[in-house]
Design a protein around this ligand. Structure first.
Ligand code: SF4
Ligand code: SF4
Length: 209
């Protein structure tokens, strides 16, 4: 019974998350169309703002906290070829494992096995320390992962090779010092998710248009 309730709750939360992703996608598309109309001189930004009753507020002020997020990747995290090919241990002194400051959405498998604690206030993100906002599993002394064997799927698949927040030149081992400092300090907005939520609505514009 408890399992069924848990699964039902998970399903409801999933649908809420999808609806929220759809809403954000729609808002982005409407915003894009309005910007195009302004660019083409059809309307002015002031007219749009007045019409919307939002004069003085940027249209993108609606970046609201999502109710819940789940990593929809259904692959077995223990399967072959899942792990990103990054030589983390040899790079900790450079990158300071800044990726472990990211918001990490857990997969169903992560949740089912119960080996990764999630943020009770933000289902279903991997839990972060309330003080330094790093993952609770990160070893603060070595920067290594204290939950390596069971680490979430998103941690396994993420590769920082082309992540400009961390590297200016991955192969050359040149870091983005400012980017890393900002991640570690959690300055500005929160770091981007490792996995973006998936809207379910079709795009307004077809790719062949
Ligand atoms: S930033 Fe890259 S190299 Fe450093 S710990 Fe994370 S994945 Fe590994
Ligand atoms: S589980 Fe491990 S790899 Fe993933 S964010 Fe936490 S410390 Fe980093």
């Amino acid at each position: 019974m408890a399992d069924e309730v848990e699964r039902g709750l998970t399903r409801v939360l999933r649908q809420l998350g999808e609806a929220n992703a759809d809403l954000q996608k729609t808002a982005a598309e409407v915003r894009g169309m309005v910007e195009l109309l302004v660019e083409k001189g059809v309307v002015t930004a002031a007219e749009v703002a007045a019409k919307l009753g939002q004069a003085g507020q940027p249209l993108d002020a609606a970046q609201r906290r999502r109710l819940y997020v789940i990593n929809d990747d259904q692959r077995d995290k223990y399967g072959d070829l899942i792990n990103a090919d990054v030589d983390c241990a040899s790079r900790y002194s450079l990158c300071q494992a800044a990726c472990c400051t990211f918001q990490v959405p857990l997969s169903e498998q992560d949740l089912d096995e119960g080996a990764s604690r999630w943020d009770l206030g933000r289902p279903f993100y991997l839990r972060k320390d309330a003080t330094d906002r790093r993952c609770v599993y990160q070893d603060r002394a070595t920067n290594g992962c204290g939950n390596y064997a069971a680490r979430p799927l998103a941690c396994r698949t993420y590769s920082c090779k082309s992540d400009s927040r961390i590297w200016r030149d991955f192969e050359g081992r040149v870091v983005n010092a400012k980017g890393i400092a900002a991640l570690l300090a959690q300055e500005g907005h929160r770091p981007l998710d490792l996995i973006a939520p998936s809207p379910t609505l079709p795009s307004l514009v077809r790719s062949e248009d």
